[in-house]
Design a protein around this ligand. Structure first.
Ligand code: NAD
Length: 430
């Protein structure tokens, strides 16, 4: 099938490349000219395991193209995916102006049947707006369908998530659209849930909000554990063995971040509000998450007493491992708070330092974790990258000015750390 993927970010680039890998002819479009120029030179703008090889392979096979010429891409494609950003506005609502712009261009350009599919995460009823936007301009009365096909991939394991998903959700209002999308996804071995468009749109926000709720829930439990002397890791294990609960998303830590959970949560709260429902549960999920980031700063203060002019080493800047994405990462808020208190920051992340430099150009970026430890008053772990779990802790201890570790992701065993002579503080552990 011929596919236009409008928006070549994390989602558009990964899904577009995977559709090409499945044998389709895909044109990825973006209005960021620099991004397109780089992609055409084979330079991948994001870090995602396995992506670079797959992009090169499909470019060489002439199944994958990159362009900023949106009109041309729409003209030659049967299915148009809208995968542009839907960033939060100040009030938490999703900004849908890019979705509207793309819909208008589709209407202006199309001369034969197009299936327009919403891939971006959007508020319920966005599909209706896309349809209305196209209809208003569609003076020639060209046949078209709209559909919603929310994306559930996770950064860091995006290719695997796309090719081996738990489910594929397709919201449609015509048999033709359903058949086209079912055909497109045929090579993927996963249950396909066909719904109306509104339900598909809500499934995405409800799923992300539920997962964020699980994280805030275990973070709240971690506080109870600290207050009572229990160990949240054992509590989570005991809870997770219950199949109805499941073990995933039960790791207490520095809070959730990334481009999805925080913005989707605030968007869903706003959607509910606009529909007349006060989603208090989700507001509390947000509150717990922002308190969790403050907890890290509090733990640093409890260990260091005065923060002024102390040096804090940060291991991990990305919001989770295996990505260079720092959008809404806890590290950003935590470093910001520490800088306000005149703390000297030394940081290391295997992938996310270049992006972080744009926000904090004046902190010290190190070449490896050991350089971070040199002369540092406290070491703080904010992302659970595998390489941090394998550190030579004797060397770490020898390099630190004081052997203080604040483990914001519970990657170490508190008992072993204390045996090794560290002043160790985890999240919800003794
Ligand atoms: P992104 O910011 O990485 O990419 C969006 C891209 O769209 C950018 O490259 C931008 O230049 C481009 N763009 C914006 N307006 C455009 C226009 N008018 N024409 C052409 N290109 C345009 O965002 P992302 O992380 O890929 O997310 C895209 C959507 O998918 C969002 O709604 C997001 O919530 C959703 N989503 C993201 C993830 C994730 O893990 N990142 C997972 C599932 C769903």
């Amino acid at each position: 099938m011929k596919i236009a993927m409008i928006g070549t970010g994390y989602v558009g680039l990964v899904t577009g490349t995977c559709f090409a890998e499945l044998g389709n002819s895909v044109i990825c479009v973006d209005n960021d000219l620099n991004k397109i120029k780089k992609l055409n030179q084979g330079i991948i703008p994001i870090y995602e395991p396995g992506l670079e090889e797959m992009v090169h392979k499909n470019m060489e096979a002439k199944r994958l193209d990159f362009t900023s010429e949106i009109e041309e891409a729409i003209k030659v494609s049967d299915i148009i995916f809208i995968a542009v950003g839907t960033p939060p506005k100040e009030n938490g609502e999703a900004d849908l102006s890019s979705v509207e712009k793309v819909s208008a261009i589709v209407a202006d350009v199309m001369t034969e049947y197009k299936l327009v599919v919403g891939k971006s995460t959007v508020p319920v009823n966005t599909g209706r707006w896309i349809k209305k936007t196209i209809n208003i301009r569609n003076i020639k009365g060209v046949d078209f369908d709209i559909a919603s096909n929310p994306e559930f991939l996770r950064e860091g394991s995006a290719i695997n998530d796309f090719l081996h998903p738990d489910r594929i959700v397709i919201g449609v209002e015509s048999e033709k659209a359903k058949n086209l999308l079912c055909e497109l996804y045929k090579p993927i071995d996963a249950p396909i849930l066909v719904t109306d468009i509104e339900s598909a749109e809500i499934i995405k926000h409800a799923s992300n909000s539920f997962l964020a709720t699980k994280i805030s829930f275990i973070n709240a439990i971690s506080i109870i554990c600290e207050l009572s002397g229990a160990d949240v890791r054992k509590v989570a294990e005991g809870m997770g063995l219950d199949k109805r609960i499941g073990k995933d998303f039960l790791s207490a830590g520095a809070g959730f971040g990334g481009f999805c959970f925080p913005k989707d949560l605030s968007a869903f709260i706003k959607i509910a509000e606009n529909l007349g429902y006060d989603f208090r549960l989700l507001k509390e999920v947000e509150n717990i998450n922002s308190e969790q980031k403050k907890t890290i700063v509090k733990k640093i203060r409890e260990n260091l007493w005065n923060l002024n002019e102390k040096t804090v080493g940060i291991l991990g800047l990305s919001f989770k491992p295996n990505t260079d994405d720092i959008r809404y990462a806890p590290s950003i808020d935590i470093i910001g708070e520490l800088l306000k208190e005149n703390v000297q920051i030394k940081a290391y992340d295997p992938q996310a330092m270049e992006r972080t430099k744009r926000i904090f150009p004046n902190i010290v970026y190190c070449r490896n974790p050991y350089e971070v430890c040199e002369g540092t008053d406290a070491l703080v772990i904010l992302t659970e990258w595998d390489e941090f779990k394998e550190l030579d802790m004797k060397r770490v201890k020898a390099l630190l000015k004081t052997p203080i570790i604040i483990d914001g992701r519970n990657i170490f065993d508190p008992e072993i750390m204390r045996e090794d002579g560290f002043l160790y503080t985890g999240i919800g552990t003794k």
